[in-house]
Design a binder for this molecule. Structure first.
Ligand code: HEM
Length: 519
């Protein structure tokens, strides 16, 4: 198809086309012919025929009402007929694969001229590669799936598998041995928790909370018990299937009857007379990825207490979607087990030792949530900094109002403090054995998780105030703010509610108090 020849026009030329049926406008040195589009314009025809818009430079009016990406959509991009002579467009939106120049839109280690003791060359290379992948492959699917409510496309999951992203999301460890990671930018031996942090934080930039969970969040929490407690035969079968994105797994613990109170769970597993199988009966609720999972890492009440068993989707297992306020793309399920027969070889860890199996992953799981929360807050800061610059009220940009600046200041301080504390904890994780991490970091991570989600909710509220009605409108300027504000309460629940986690941190601190310490 031949590319359209753009005309070189003067501002005087454009000014002639200022009426019904012959309507041009200038936006950022580009000339658009809106003569026919006028009647299709979602904002109505009248605003385009206004004498300060028709035939005029409408850049300021446009950016006060539209996101830049509107002009990039093919159906609108083709309305451009020319450019203004001797002028060049200067406004840009998000550039695929690039870091943002907006202050605080990136953590300091990614900000030009800043330094970090933690991030090395392999981290920088991995970040660059993952950002491009997220912008080009994940972001478009995330936004499309949020629209149609379907789960992430298999093609995205397959591309992630080719780069071994599913394996890297499980953190450093033996499961990476021999793999080529992200085309070889980092070796399995070099891969540490900072690399994992980067992957989690980059994926969050797709701006779709539920989709992020749909992108195999169930695997991040459901596979570790198999890796750490499964028999060699079970691991050899299940781990490669899941890490290659061919089969899906979820963690099925919570029930309508009990959530944090694991001992109050009512799903039962009873041995058959020959002792070769478990027979499982019961229900599970709010299970991420459950609607499409092939495997269910299931918490059950057994004779000896609480036991974790890997259940395959088979006769007697049924899943149905739960309608949540965040997103159907996550595949949040209600599960029923009706006399489900499972080989005893699928038991994960010792019979009756399920609590240890579940608790052993809590620190890492909560740390992943902190990585995600820190990055999501930062994206909101960027949205707010841009909006308050481009939106004018009472003849001045919003950021000329002290009350707005005060909200921006608090948002920035919260985001920076969460990220900096997170980097410090990550550094400890890189330098502690698993046992040391369990002993020393449970309190730190619990505090960070509850602090981070509290900050996130305050930032969501401030952002809605800054965006006004747009902050609660699903389309247009406030699209990401509306989504964030609607979905952010979920982060304060999963992995332990805020108050429970703060209390855990305080209890850990009290336990560590020297007995002879006095004022
Ligand atoms: C190339 C030119 C333009 C295109 C392609 C365009 C497209 C759109 C689209 C797609 C929307 C829906 C909301 C969104 O997705 O952001 C919209 C809304 C709107 N547009 Fe335009 N527009 C153009 C120029 C203008 C201009 C010059 C004005 C002048 C004031 C204007 C005023 C409005 C208004 C008032 C709304 C409603 C905003 C709201 O509901 O918050 N548009 N436009």
């Amino acid at each position: 198809m031949a590319t359209k020849q753009l005309k070189q026009l003067s501002r005087e030329d454009v000014a002639q086309h200022n009426k019904e049926g012959d309507l041009w406008v200038i936006v950022d040195a580009k000339v658009y012919d809106l003569s026919r589009f006028k009647d299709l314009h979602p904002g109505g025809a009248a605003v385009l025929l206004d004498e300060e818009v028709a035939g005029q430079d409408a850049t300021e009016a446009f950016y006060g009402l539209h996101r830049h990406e509107v002009l990039l959509r093919p159906q609108y991009a083709r309305l451009q007929i020319g450019t203004i002579v001797d002028e060049k467009p200067v406004i840009y939106g998000k550039i695929s694969g690039e870091t943002s120049d907006v202050p605080y839109a990136e953590p300091t280690w990614l900000t030009k001229g800043f330094h970090s003791p933690y991030f090395k060359e392999t981290h920088k290379k991995l970040q660059k590669a993952v950002r491009l992948f997220v912008d080009e492959v994940i972001y478009p699917d995330a936004q499309a799936r949020e629209e149609d409510g379907k789960r992430p496309a298999q093609s995205v999951i397959d591309k992630m598998a080719e780069l071994n992203l599913h394996a890297m999301r499980m953190g450093p460890g033996k499961h990476l041995k021999g793999l080529k990671l992200m085309g070889g930018v980092v070796t399995p031996e070099e891969f540490d928790y900072f690399h994992e942090l980067i992957i989690t934080q980059e994926i969050v930039r797709c701006g779709a909370r539920g989709y992020g969970d749909g992108l195999l969040g169930g695997k991040v929490i459901g596979l570790p018990p198999v890796i750490n407690f499964g028999s060699p035969e079970l691991k050899a079968k299940v781990v490669p299937e899941v890490l290659s994105g061919k089969k899906f797994i979820c963690l099925a613990i919570s029930e309508a009857h009990a959530g944090s109170d694991v001992m109050g769970l009512q799903t039962t597993a009873k041995k058959t007379e020959d002792g070769k199988h478990w027979i499982i009966n019961g229900t599970k609720k709010w299970i991420t990825n459950g609607t499409f999972a092939d495997y269910f890492t299931t918490g059950c009440k057994t004779e000896d207490g609480f036991t974790v068993i890997l259940v395959e989707r088979t006769e007697g297992v049924e899943t149905k979607i739960i309608k949540t306020s965040y997103s159907p793309t996550a595949g949040t399920a209600y599960i029923t087990y009706d006399n489900v027969k499972v080989p005893v070889e699928n038991t994960l860890g010792p019979e009756g030792g399920g609590i240890f199996v579940i608790l052993s992953n809590f620190n890492h799981e909560r740390w992943v949530m902190c990585c995600a929360s820190a990055r999501a807050q930062r994206s909101i800061v960027e949205e707010c900094l841009k909006w308050t610059q481009q939106r004018k009220a009472f003849g001045k940009p919003l950021n000329s109002q002290a009350v707005i600046r005060s909200k921006l200041a608090k948002m920035i301080a919260r985001t920076e403090s969460v990220q900096n504390w997170l980097e410090n904890i990550t550094h400890q994780m890189c330098n502690m054995s698993y046992k040391e991490q369990s002993n020393k970091l449970a309190g730190q991570i619990a505090f960070l998780k509850s602090y981070s989600t509290r900050c996130a909710q305050e930032t969501a509220q401030d952002a809605v105030q800054i965006f006004g009605g747009r902050g609660i409108t699903k389309t247009g300027m406030g699209h990401f703010i509306e989504h964030y504000h609607r979905t952010v309460p979920f982060d304060a629940l999963l992995g332990g509610a805020e108050d429970v986690l703060s209390d855990l941190g305080a209890r850990q601190a009290i336990r560590g108090m020297p007995k002879n310490a006095r004022l």
